[in-house]
Design a protein. Structure first.
Lengths: 192, 192
DNA sequence: GTCTATAGAAAGATAGAC
DNA sequence: GTCTATCTTTCTATAGAC
């Protein structure tokens, strides 16, 4: 790969990571292209060498985020499917995730913005959501009678739980909510 | 009550309803004060006789919406608590609710916007969320061993389910998701 | 590929007339 | 209480130099 192209790809990746972080932290409309580019030490002009519009950036940053989540990584070989899912759930319904200290789930923190976005953005969100459920089902079906209905309900619960936990500003309610979602989702899986 | 004050209250209520509808349909930042006022046949100047800022309007429209939900109304005397909850769940996880044809739940359709809003807005959201759980628990505890943990998990599931259903643009996935949440939430309540 | 400069549009909030 | 007019800021996107 030529040096210039590799350089371009590195720039692109930096822009995508910066964009997602800012979109989640402040909302799509509250983040200007200027701020995103300043965050990676570039200027607004350079942006359009990578993306044709802010909306395209949004779509790409969602796909990039989905690719980076813990769930999208390979399961470590030394632990079981059941342990892996338990670990993932724990990491998801965790205050570090809610406060964006760990890799954020675009499904939990962007839903409102996505609902009013262009079709291409909603498509990226939809694909990410479907893949999340498929991946979880592939793990859970190896150790429980879990079917699609259960994974759809569980992902709704954990995505909803994370979204609410981030929106509310009462710490006691937040930790009760996260605990309830952790325990109830685990129960559904174990009992299924 | 003087005629002018009654008139003012009527105007205020119209603005609040218009605002909520538009905020949910297009997102907080995509709705200008101009559009909200045009929607009730008034101009931007009149807005500031009712609210000091767009953010205050947001807070008040969330509280107004919470007051108007089906859950906030009295249970009809001729049906049981269990039937009432079942009916409410059905109405919530319903395509009419997702497409905003029935009275929308601010918790499901505003979470991302609220998460990046001013403390007063998040406070209104938090109070609404806590009240939703209290109200549900008051009904469910009359017929099942349902406790706070179950209501927190169930509201996370239905709020999350509604939020995702609105964000995705695949009709088949949407109806599968809503059905799963309806059935699983019902099972948790009946089994609790 | 990245920069600076700028065009063009839109928004929140205020001032003053009626 | 509601109107019109305006100030001021901010944003997306483009143009052209290097």
């Amino acid at each position: 790969m030529p040096l210039t192209q590799e350089h371009k790809l590195r720039s692109r990746k930096k822009i995508l990571d910066s964009a997602l972080k800012l979109f989640i932290a402040h909302g799509f409309n509250n983040v200007s292209i200027d701020k995103i580019m300043q965050n990676v030490n570039m200027t607004r002009g350079a942006f359009y060498a990578h993306f044709s519009s802010k909306s395209e950036l949004y779509k790409e940053s969602i796909l990039n985020a989905a690719f980076n989540t813990d769930l999208a990584q390979m399961k470590p070989e030394n632990i079981s499917e059941q342990e892996w899912i338990k670990k993932l759930l724990k990491g998801y319904l965790n205050s570090d995730h809610i406060s964006l200290k760990s890799k954020p789930c675009p499904l939990a923190f962007l839903s409102t913005d996505v609902a009013v976005s262009k079709p291409e953005v909603r498509k990226a969100f939809t694909t990410t959501y479907i893949n999340m459920n498929k991946t979880i089902l592939n793990y859970t079906k190896t150790y429980s009678s879990c079917e699609e209905e259960q994974t759809l309900a569980i992902t709704a619960m954990i995505i909803g739980g994370a979204a609410i936990a981030r929106a509310i500003n009462d710490e006691e309610t937040r930790s009760k909510l996260l605990k309830s979602c952790r325990e109830t989702s685990q129960k559904i899986l174990d009992g299924a």
